[in-house]
Write a protein that binds this ligand. Structure first.
Ligand code: MG
Length: 362
């Protein structure tokens, strides 16, 4: 089946409340949607959010690289040659991981439609249901405690607390959240590169001594400071997860070889899509290291792709796929079914997306 066309659209979705991390604050998701058209009306959907502070991507860059360097190489090709096409996407340009992810996801979706099979089954089919955490944005301690209690009432058993904005305040934030939610809720922290290595060790040790019982700490130090990440990993008991330090399979190999972290956070927008994400997970599995699958601030299109990936593989044991729950509207019909923390995968071909409202062609 030939690829007939690749079209791009703008999708704008407001958030329920501003999303705040150590790196940024945003109040809406403004994403690029890719639709690849096959024959007989079959479509493949993909999506990329512009996350300049993490991936360096902005919408005009995502759209420009797809229009000039990726789409011309795919149109007229046969979707049955999936790996060849994924390789073309991966080699089309240096960097540009979000643009590549949007196209990679749309290719996988179209391929799965071609064979009339749900994507998670195509990828291995380990399960059809996963449990996500919910993110609590970094704010004043009492506001974070309130947000955490609200999430627990909605059924979330794991919370991801954003920190990394001032050492004393971070300790206060985590203490407030732990006191508010009690001992039975798992708390993972994400410092988004907001600490220095020694500061991180001091702070995490203090939290350990206070019995705050952290499941893991994500990206305590700047992305490029792999030695610092290793120093933190070696000097605390709490598990340390690499996020912004990990983009490619080669990054994963180096982090694992250095023993710089205990866990990896795969995001399709960093890896450039499912093809590379699979390689990262397999590499980690071979080293005995588990992965989480996370997302940027995305709509249900690419989060559905991440959920299919996560549901397919047993080595992906943690899920941070709450982005659709942070949106004030859901323009995507079909895809994952979200019931609080429970995400169910549809028994429909590909991603299972039926339609997307409010798209503007670009
Ligand atoms: Mg993170």
């Amino acid at each position: 089946m030939k690829i007939k066309n690749l079209r791009m659209f703008h999708l704008s979705v407001p958030l329920k409340k501003p999303f705040k991390t150590a790196l940024r604050a945003v109040d809406s998701a403004e994403d690029t949607v890719v639709i690849i058209e096959g024959e007989k009306g079959l479509l493949g959907f993909g999506e990329a959010p512009p996350t300049a502070v993490i991936t360096g991507d902005i919408n005009p860059g995502i759209r420009g690289i797809i229009r000039e360097k990726i789409a011309p190489k795919l149109i007229g090709e046969e979707i049955e040659n999936l790996e060849k096409l994924l390789h073309i996407v991966d080699r089309a340009a240096v960097g540009n991981s979000s643009a590549k992810a949007a196209v990679d996801i749309a290719l996988y979706d179209l391929f799965a439609h071609r064979y009339n099979i749900p994507l998670f089954r195509l990828l291995g089919g380990n399960g059809s249901q996963i449990m996500t955490d919910l993110t609590v944005s970094v704010n004043k301690a009492d506001e974070m405690a309130e947000d955490a209690v609200k999430a627990v009432k909605e059924g979330y058993k794991t919370l991801k607390i954003k920190v990394g904005k001032g050492r004393d305040k971070d300790l206060e934030r985590v203490k407030a959240v732990r006191e508010a939610v009690g001992p039975d809720i798992a708390i993972r922290l994400d410092a988004n590169q907001g600490w220095e290595a020694k500061e991180a060790v001091g702070l995490i040790k203090e939290m350990e001594e206070l019995g705050l019982n952290l499941e893991l700490v994500e990206q305590p130090v700047p992305a490029g400071d792999l030695e610092g990440l290793k120093f933190v990993t070696e000097n605390v008991m709490t598990k340390i997860m690499a996020d912004e330090s990990l983009f490619s399979p080669a990054n994963a190999f180096l982090l694992l070889k250095m023993k710089a972290c205990d866990l990896l956070n795969i995001k399709l927008m960093k890896s450039g899509g499912i093809y590379n994400a699979n390689q990262i997970n397999s590499t980690a599995e071979a080293w005995g290291v588990e992965c989480m699958v996370g997302s940027m601030l995305e709509s249900k299109i690419s989060v559905t792709a991440a959920a299919h990936l996560g549901a397919a593989h047993k080595n992906i044991t943690r899920f941070d796929l709450d982005a659709p729950s942070l949106l004030a509207e859901d323009p995507v019909q079909g895809g994952i079914e979200i019931d609080g923390p429970i995400i169910r995968l549809p028994e429909k071909p590909g991603l299972g997306i039926d339609d997307i409202a409010g798209l503007k062609e670009v």
